[in-house]
Design a protein around this ligand. Structure first.
Ligand code: ADP
Ligand code: MG
Length: 461
């Protein structure tokens, strides 16, 4: 398999793990440019992306690559223009036959395309996110109704509209539908969709290149600004300051602002109070977990869109098995379709059961101290013993503090219990560790993200 195919295949796995929005933001214009001695080198478009991939997604990347080629032990990142980062084809890498078949089948290869060619460069909207393809049930009807009101009276009724809910429940789909619908009704309307991560990246770039004025102009002249995943907005002066001013400028001229987050404004630790109160002055609507009927409707719709027919009992099984998350529901469907295309047979219930038994779709489970300690140890690549025992090794201090924090935050363990459990420390050490992490998360985006990833591990293992 050539490097470009290896990367494409790995990316399709990574996308499932990190979610569409982050995926597009951080993995766009990346390529493997070299592979040597068990180390691959990935070129990225800028320093910001390099930092995020290194600190935040390194593990996902390595895991996905190693699934395809276990000989690879390390991933490095380098900044390079995409056109310079021409993929080298002179050093083929051997990987499992099955996967090679995928990349050679051009109809399947298109499913691994990194760039969504359809994304409108002007608005950043993906045209596939429309109200037409959005299924409404009791779990999302309030958010849906609010979104429709915004279309009818943009800037005048619910401003800002703040939609929150867990991952994969349709926030991005819904808020982009507002933009697509407005443009459909009036092509002159200026819409901008941006995730808070991308927005921050643009600020960093603009500061570096002294292009702040252009950036301000870009966002302050739109009629509808859609800001996705605002929970990632770092509490750094420059970032929030810039967003606050943009927000005010739009708000005061009756331009519509739509925001999404994984939690309500009050629960976003990194958000400044003045922003929180602005958000609370508008309309806040949540999206809950879909019920069985809605999940089934969504599956039918998506299978139909992809032009494949799947037996009803298979769809029913999927709707029952995938508990809460629509993205996983879609991921499961994609996998089923892919598996059946690879074997050239229509999917059978037996195959589907096997496919869905794979770890990533394991039902959400409860946290226990043991799971937390294991997840922390795995994440920081140290042994559980090192966290539990009295070890004072340098690399152990932070993981132990994170474990203490999680035991308190997730399980409400008492501080004496935590101290005793981890390193036989007394309760003041546990309190100190907890407070330290609580404080640090507020300013350290990476730490917040690390903890999020560890939690995901705890609840899916
Ligand atoms: P979130 O932004 O909340 O993490 P997304 O909007 O990215 O979730 O949704 C994940 C996937 O599920 C998308 O492909 C989206 O089209 C699909 N989806 C979510 N909600 C619905 C819905 N109500 N009807 C149809 N598809 C949905
Ligand atoms: Mg989203």
């Amino acid at each position: 398999m050539e490097l470009s195919d290896l990367w494409k295949t790995a990316l399709s796995e990574i996308e499932l793990s990190v979610g569409r929005a982050s995926f597009v933001t951080w993995f766009k214009d990346t390529a493997i440019i070299d592979a040597d001695n068990g180390r691959i080198m990935v070129s990225v478009p800028n320093g910001f992306a390099k930092e995020w991939l290194q600190n935040k997604y390194n593990k996902f990347i390595l895991r996905a690559i190693r699934n395809l080629n276990p000989e690879i032990k390390e991933v490095g990142f380098t900044i390079g223009k995409p056109q310079l980062a021409a993929v080298r084809t002179d050093r083929p890498i051997q990987i499992k036959k099955r996967l090679m078949d995928i990349s050679e089948d051009s109809s399947l290869a298109s499913e691994f395309e990194l760039k969504d060619m359809n994304i409108n460069p002007e608005t950043n909207l993906n045209p596939k996110y429309t109200f037409d393809s959005f299924v409404v049930g009791s779990f999302n009807e309030l958010a849906h109704a609010a979104a429709q009101s915004v279309v009818k009276q943009s800037g005048h009724v619910y401003n800002p509209l703040f939609i929150y809910g867990g991952v994969g429940l349709g926030k991005t789909h819904l808020i982009q539908s507002i933009g697509n619908e407005l443009i459909k009704q009036n092509p002159k309307v200026k819409v901008k969709y941006v995730s808070s991560e991308k927005f921050m990246g643009e600020i960093v770039e603009a500061l570096k290149n002294q292009e702040m004025n252009q950036l301000k102009e870009k966002y302050r002249t739109c009629d509808l600004l859609i800001m996705d995943d605002i929970q990632f907005m770092a509490k750094t002066e420059k970032m929030q300051e810039e967003f606050f001013h943009t927000f005010n400028a739009l708000y005061e001229s009756n331009k519509q602002i739509v925001i999404s987050s994984d939690r309500p404004p009050a629960a976003i630790a990194t958000l400044e109070d003045r922003l929180k109160s602005r958000f609370e002055g508008g309309m806040i609507a949540d999206i809950g977990e879909p019920d069985y009927e809605t999940k089934l409707t969504i599956l039918k719709l998506k299978a139909e869109k992809k032009g494949v027919s799947i037996q009803p009992e298979i769809l029913e099984y999927v709707a029952q098995t995938i508990k809460s998350n629509i993205r996983e529901l879609e991921g499961a469907l994609n996998r089923i379709i892919l598996t059946s295309k690879m074997s050239n047979l229509p999917p059978s219930l037996e195959d589907v059961k096997k496919t869905l038994n794979q770890v990533i779709y394991a039902p959400r489970k409860f946290a226990t101290p043991k799971k937390i300690i294991k997840a922390v140890a795995d994440f920081y690549e140290i042994s559980e013993k090192e966290i539990i025992n009295r070890s004072r090794k340098k690399g152990v201090v932070k993981p132990r503090q994170v474990a203490m924090y999680l035991l308190r935050d997730e399980l409400k363990c008492s501080f004496p219990f935590i101290g005793e459990k981890l390193g036989r420390k007394d309760h003041t050490t546990a309190i100190h560790a907890y407070k330290k992490i609580v404080d640090e998360i507020k300013t350290n985006l990476n730490l917040e993200e690390e903890i999020k990833l560890i939690k995901e591990k705890v609840y899916t293992s």
